[in-house]
Design a protein around this ligand. Structure first.
Ligand code: 2PG
Ligand code: MG
Length: 436
């Protein structure tokens, strides 16, 4: 008998950070080791993401997941119980074959991902090692550069500003813990600043301050002021990262900036972003153009790809074939990796491997609907992507991830390395950032 054969799989409905239903799976091995994982959920989603199965009933606004839960407890459990969990690739391939569709429309990627992640946790527990170590072996010692949201916007804040994530990175920090300390200072000073200006209205879906700005650029200015008033040198110690999430306000090469009542075509949006890059210390821009604007993405990458990180999220949906297509066009230079965009760990890892082979960097990312599940922290460290995006510096479902990474940094002790400014090595942030 293989000690790591699967004794049981059980799913239940749990609740995410927006109070919406989601799937948790628990997998027990023959040796008694238990793995548990919860699938997250996005709000600003790419149309080519794997399918999230929600019940065709009115319960909870049509968002219930009882069918996905039943799929795990029925079909998936029947297919996997008794087989070995040792080989994650083989297990995920069985899930893919069992579903039988390209986008997991039959069983639901929310069902398959919970099982895929739970299996990896169970094997790590059985081996008596942390998940990152099971995934990455002795080399898994690289703590990621965190991308942390200071203001929320777009679909996460009632579209109060068009840009979705105003984040910071800390290229000047010497270790992960210090990057969090600096972020805590900037987050606090941004809150104080907004309070003083009478523009603080609670927090958005991912814990960033809910903004009340009259232009998108005002958010950038406020962010630079917050970095300065927290005592850091913008662009050197702390830089800006944006998720424009342009698919949310643009299609067919037309973009509507609702906050400023402006319509732009692809070139107009590219010009605007290039102006911001000149004026503000921006190290990374995600989804600068919409997911259907491959040419725009390629033009923007040609104009700015040597200066900063250009990230494909809705544009690439962690999908290896789309990454290959983008690379052939010279579009983007970094991939956002979200396991629920594909529905198994193996497919997400494949996206990273393909990205790496094409010279792309990668950021493991949470979704706007999260839980206490910390699997993605282990993926970022185990797969050595060097970057992690989790939302802001508030709310338990976000802090659970940052705190898990802190624990790992402490556990690794002197072996811990920090991705640091190296992740932006190709594109030194320092050269830019004067607001003159
Ligand atoms: C994104 C994520 C996280 P969502 O767009 O990168 O900010 O949002 O999970 O809603 O897609
Ligand atoms: Mg995004």
């Amino acid at each position: 008998m293989n000690a790591r054969s699967i004794r049981s799989i059980h799913a239940r409905r749990v609740w995410d950070s927006r109070g919406r239903p989601t799937v948790e799976a628990e997998l027990i091995l023959d040796d008694g080791a238990v793995g548990r994982a919860i699938t997250p959920a996005g709000a600003s989603k790419g149309t080519r993401e794997a399918f999230e199965l929600r019940d065709a009933t009115a319960r909870f606004g049509g968002l219930d997941v009882m069918q996905a839960v039943a799929n795990v407890n029925g079909e998936i459990a029947r297919a996997l119980v008794g087989s070995s969990a040792d080989d994650q690739t083989a297990l995920d391939e069985r899930l893919i074959a069992l579903d039988g569709t390209l986008a997991k429309t039959r069983l639901g990627a929310n069902a398959t991902l919970a099982v895929s992640m739970a299996a990896s946790h169970a094997v790590a527990a059985s081996l008596g090692v942390p998940l990152y170590q099971y995934l990455g072996g002795p080399d898994a010692t690289l703590l990621p550069m965190p991308q942390i949201q200071i203001f929320g916007g777009g679909a996460h804040a009632g579209r109060r500003v068009d840009i979705q994530d105003f984040m910071i990175v800390c290229p000047g920090a010497h270790n992960f813990g210090q990057a969090l300390e600096w972020t805590a200072e900037v987050y606090r000073s941004a809150g104080v600043l907004m309070q003083e200006r009478g523009s603080r209205f609670g927090v958005a879906d991912e814990g960033g301050w809910w903004p009340d700005f009259t232009t998108n650029e005002q958010a950038l200015e406020t962010l630079v002021t917050a970095i300065e008033s927290a005592g850091f040198v913008p662009g050197e110690q702390v830089a800006i990262a944006l998720d424009v999430a342009a698919s949310e306000f643009g299609r067919h090469g037309r973009y509507t900036l609702g906050l400023e009542s402006r319509e732009l075509d692809s070139d107009g949006l590219i010009e605007l972003l290039l102006r911001w890059i000149d004026r503000y210390p921006i190290a990374s821009i995600e989804d600068p153009l919409a997911e259907d604007d491959l040419e725009g993405f390629a033009r923007f990458t040609q104009a700015a790809g040597h200066r900063l990180q250009i990230v494909g999220d809705d544009f690439l949906v962690s999908h290896a074939p789309l990454i290959r297509q983008a690379a052939a066009m010279g579009a983007a230079n970094t991939v956002l990796l979200k396991p629920n965009q594909r529905g198994t760990l193996t497919e997400t890892l494949q996206a990273w491997q393909v990205a790496q082979s094409l010279g792309y960097a990668a950021i493991v990312s949470a979704r706007s609907g999260e839980t206490e599940d910390t699997t993605i922290v282990h993926l970022a460290i185990g797969w050595q992507t060097g970057q992690l995006k989790v939302g802001s510096f508030a709310r338990g479902e976000r802090m659970a991830k940052w705190n898990e990474a802190l624990r790992i940094e402490e556990r690794l002790g002197p072996r811990a390395r920090f991705a640091g400014a190296g992740v932006f090595g190709r594109n030194p942030v320092k050269a830019r950032g004067s607001r003159a």
